[in-house]
Design a protein around this ligand. Sequence first.
Ligand SMILES: [Zn+2]
Length: 150
Amino acid sequence: MYNNIGNILKTTALIILIVGIAGALIGGFIMITNGLGGAGAAVLIGGCIVTWLTSITLFGFGRIVENSDTIAMVLKQNKAGHIEEDDETVFSGQTEENAADPFRYTKTGQCELCGANDVGIAECRISDKMGIRYRNICERCMKKTGAKLV
Ligand SMILES: [Zn+2]
């Protein structure tokens, strides 16, 4: 009975949705045809809204339970070492190489801003209160000015 609770909750949510909306429609129409127009309309519209909110809340909760079951299962498998080999590439789009060198200078030479010689430089777009300029600058100046690689 307590296995696969996520699925049970989702199914229950669907049953509540169908029964609740049918009940609100039938009850509302019966009240309206018996001369209780205002109250009947309230039961009809209110009943549908309440049913819908109850249903999506329960459905969402069922989905959370299901997902956490899946996560727990994956973690357990991971701990046991079954899928440890190829999960590294799943979570990280960044390689060690571009993490270590985000600057990616294109050549070595003199920085046109600070004048440092024999450093890695790249053509950058510097945008500040003096306008937009393109200069070959070093990584330090790039960080200082907030320049972007061209
Ligand atoms: Zn520089």
